[in-house]
Each structure stands twice: as structure tokens, then as C-alpha cells.
Design a protein around this ligand. Structure first.
Ligand SMILES: Nc1ncnc2c1ncn2[C@@H]1O[C@H](COP(=O)(O)OP(=O)(O)OP(=O)(O)O)[C@@H](O)[C@H]1O
Ligand SMILES: [Mg+2]
Length: 407
């Protein structure tokens, strides 16, 4: 071909689909660019059908401190591709420390006592159960591999190399359409020492962050090389080191998690209200749920305990109603979060079924029919509006459906 006909191509351009995949991952995962990049690369290769045959789609080892998103990113991939965070077969290696427990994974040979009762975790059907017409990729996660028994290691080595697994009853499982993740927080303790400035290291804030990143990476990979055999390390396609989340990133994680709670609230049949947290309330949750050592590990639990449980109480005692705007603040006196209704929101979602509504009203008001004020009614049937109205003072009039049993 003459030079005039040569068309230069752009090998770095990604398909729209994989750009969407990346954007979706970034919405769920804070930081961890290297991990996101690795998953997008792999996804693109898989969708193009160019992954090597006879091997897993890829073997990835995720290292780094606890609570930095190693497990979360795998669940996020399940959510994005299959609409379900549980679209992942997860093997907690700590549960298979004794070699005989391997039967839970692959089933026991025929003739063994209890053979029929064992349902192997990794089967062809289990791997295929989340496949869609367009995405026939399976996700298999081995969590905390440093805790695996020798028998599990042998099994893992076979899978990583040949993409096949032989079950107890000799059935063969083909894992060539499977993406294998292994996580370990090996070196995690060293990394948090590094981050908190122990062992003579300078405080992270005094350091350019890329230097710290290099150090974190080296610490993790060296720990892995010390612990894992060369034959294992040679089967890994990519080692990704997750970084400890910085305070600003932990705050972003808090936003993501609170957003999920808000969405849960808006999805309930009778409790669509909006809540807002003050700065002090957010800081309290960050103190309770995150730290340099545990990352975002306890954030969800803190949110459940301090936000979700109280919201459930408020809802079930009728103290919050549809369309309310709730302000969540921190009360220094009780050292707890405090909840106040600050007004009504124009953020209105679908009206709940009328029958349910009526039944509720009747039961709480001893059979007396309640008239729903026209204004409130209108709020409830409007289509969703993005922004809530500015908070108005809480009306005292008992004309609303508020049914505080204490009154
Ligand atoms: N980078 C992140 N982006 C978004 N959420 C995160 C991130 N890191 C942690 N989280 C939040 O913290 C929780 C715990 O994180 P995750 O389970 O991924 O930790 P991990 O790195 O697997 O730790 P471990 O080594 O202890 O298993 C997640 O469920 C998620 O809510
Ligand atoms: Mg994990």
C-alpha cells in the first residue's frame, strides 16, 4: 500500500462500552486508578475476544491494606456487568484452612459419606449463572489467600495455569471464561505503619504523595514475594497494589455510602423522605467508621448503627412522613447524632399504592378516616423533582397524617 493510502489508527481509543464500564466503576470506587485501569483493559480484551484460550481471562492479585476497596471493586464489577454485587463466586480462603474442607469447594468423591449432600461451590453452572446474552464472563474471587491451606493452594495453582478444575465426582470445570481475583492484605500492617509515620518515616502530609505511593507498592509486593512461591507469582498476570485511602477519599466513600442509604429510603413503599447531614454529623461518621489503619472497613457498620437504625425507628413510629426533609446533626451533649424534621421536600417519588395508604391511616387512627391535605397529596403524586425545596418550619397543625403515638 502506498503511503497515501495508509491510514493511521489509534490503538488507545476504547470502545464506548468499555468507557461506560470505566465511568461506572469510578462512580463506585474512590481512587485506586491502577486497579480500575487494569479491569478496564481486561474487559476490553475480553469483549474483543482476544483473551488467550486455555487460561483464565486474567489472574489478578490485589494487595494492600484493609478497607481500601479490594473486595469492593470485584463486587462493583458484578453490579455493573450483571446488576448484582453477588454475581461473584467468592471463596473465603480462611474457611478452607483444613484440607478436608476442600470438599465444600469441589464436592467429595462418589462413595464418600455425605457425598450427595455436598454442593460444590465452583461448578460450571455456578460460573454461568449470571451470564447475560452479551457478557459471558464469570467472576471468581479468592479472598485472603494468605490463609489458604496447602490443598487449596494446589487447587489454585491448577486453576491459574490451565483454567480447569476437576470436581470430586470427576466432572471438569472450564474456567477459560473466568476472571480470577485473589486478594490479600499482606504487608497491610507495614503499610499503615508507613502511613502513620511510624518506624522513623516522615508524616505522609510532609511527603510528596507519589513517593509514598512507590513505597506502599514496594512494601506490598515485597511482602507477597516473601510469602508466596515463585510458581504462584509466575501465574499472576498482574499484581495491583491498593493504596490506603486519604481523608478526602474516605469522605468520598462516605458520600457514596450515604447516597446508597438515601436510595434505599426512596425505594421504600412508605418512607420517601430526604435526609441531609451537617458537617459535624459527617465528621462523626468519619471518626466512627474510618481510620488510617482500617480504611473504610467499618464505615458501613457506623452508618447502619448511627443512621439507618434511627431512621427505621423514626419511620415505624410515624415521626417521618413522605416528603419530609430531615436534618441529621451531631449532638455534643449526648455524643450522638440528632434528628430533626426541617421541612417538606418537593422531592417526590411515586405515590405508594392507595390501598396500603388507607389501611395504614385507618389502623393508626382507630378507624377514623383521615383526609390527606390537598397540598400534601399533590406533593406525593408529582413526578420526581431533583432538588428539595428550602426547608420550611415544621407545621404544628395536626391536619397531616402525622400519627405520633406519644401525642
Ligand atoms: N476505594 C473505595 N471506594 C469505595 N468504597 C470503598 C473503597 N474502599 C473501601 N470502601 C468501602 O469500605 C468497605 C470495605 O472495603 P473492602 O471490603 O473492599 O476492603 P478490602 O480492601 O477488601 O479489605 P480487607 O483486606 O480487610 O478484606 C467497602 O464495602 C466499601 O463500602
Ligand atoms: Mg476484602
Amino acid at each position: 500500500m502506498s503511503a497515501a493510502h495508509m491510514q493511521h489508527l489509534d490503538p488507545n481509543r476504547r470502545s464506548g462500552e468499555s468507557r461506560e464500564f470505566e465511568a461506572a466503576l469510578r462512580k463506585k470506587i474512590v481512587g485506586q486508578d491502577e486497579a480500575i485501569g487494569a479491569l478496564v483493559d481486561i474487559y476490553q480484551v475480553f469483549r474483543a475476544g482476544l483473551h488467550s484460550p486455555g487460561r483464565p481471562v486474567s489472574n489478578l492479585l490485589f494487595l494492600g491494606p484493609t478497607g481500601s476497596g479490594k473486595t469492593r471493586i470485584v463486587e462493583a464489577m458484578g453490579e455493573i456487568l450483571f446488576g448484582d454485587p453477588h454475581a461473584v463466586i467468592k471463596v473465603d480462603c480462611a474457611e478452607f484452612q483444613h484440607s478436608h474442607e476442600i470438599a465444600k469447594l469441589i464436592g467429595s468423591p462418589p462413595g464418600y459419606l455425605g457425598h450427595r449432600e455436598t454442593h460444590p461451590l465452583i461448578t460450571q453452572e455456578a460460573l454461568a449463572q449470571y451470564h447475560t446474552d452479551t457478557v459471558k464472563l464469570s467472576l471468581l474471587l479468592f479472598d485472603e489467600i494468605e490463609k489458604a491451606s496447602d490443598a487449596l493452594w494446589q487447587l489454585l495453582l491448577g486453576i491459574l495455569d490451565k483454567a480447569t478444575l476437576t470436581l470430586g465426582d470427576n466432572r471438569r470445570v472450564d474456567l477459560s471464561q473466568t476472571l480470577i481475583f485473589m486478594t490479600s492484605n499482606l504487608g497491610g500492617a507495614d503499610i499503615s505503619t508507613l502511613m502513620s509515620g511510624g518506624l522513623g518515616f516522615v508524616q505522609p502530609s510532609d511527603k510528596p504523595s507519589d513517593k509514598m505511593d512507590t513505597k506502599v507498592e514496594r512494601t506490598a509486593t515485597e511482602a507477597a514475594k516473601r510469602k508466596f512461591s515463585p510458581e504462584f507469582m509466575n501465574r499472576i498476570d498482574k499484581v495491583v497494589v491498593f493504596h490506603p485511602l486519604r481523608p478526602a477519599q474516605l469522605e468520598q466513600v462516605l458520600d457514596i455510602e450515604l447516597d446508597l442509604v438515601q436510595r434505599r429510603v426512596l425505594d421504600t413503599a412508605h418512607g420517601q423522605f430526604v435526609f441531609r447531614l451537617t458537617r459535624a454529623a459527617r465528621d462523626f461518621l468519619l471518626r466512627e467508621g474510618t481510620d488510617i489503619k482500617y480504611g473504610a472497613r467499618h464505615l458501613k457498620r457506623a452508618i447502619e448503627r448511627h443512621v439507618v437504625y434511627p431512621l427505621a425507628n423514626l419511620l415505624s413510629t410515624g415521626q417521618i412522613l413522605i416528603g419530609d426533609v430531615l436534618s441529621i446533626d451531631w449532638d455534643a451533649a449526648t455524643q450522638q447524632l440528632s434528628f430533626a424534621r426541617t421541612g417538606e421536600s418537593t422531592l417526590v417519588t411515586m405515590a405508594p399504592p392507595a390501598a396500603l395508604f388507607a389501611a395504614q391511616a385507618v389502623s393508626t387512627w382507630g378507624g377514623r378516616a383521615i383526609e390527606i391535605p390537598a397540598q400534601a397529596n399533590a406533593r406525593e403524586t408529582q413526578s420526581p423533582v431533583a432538588a428539595p425545596a428550602p426547608p420550611a418550619p415544621a407545621p404544628v397543625a395536626a391536619s397531616r397524617r402525622r400519627h405520633d403515638p406519644e401525642r
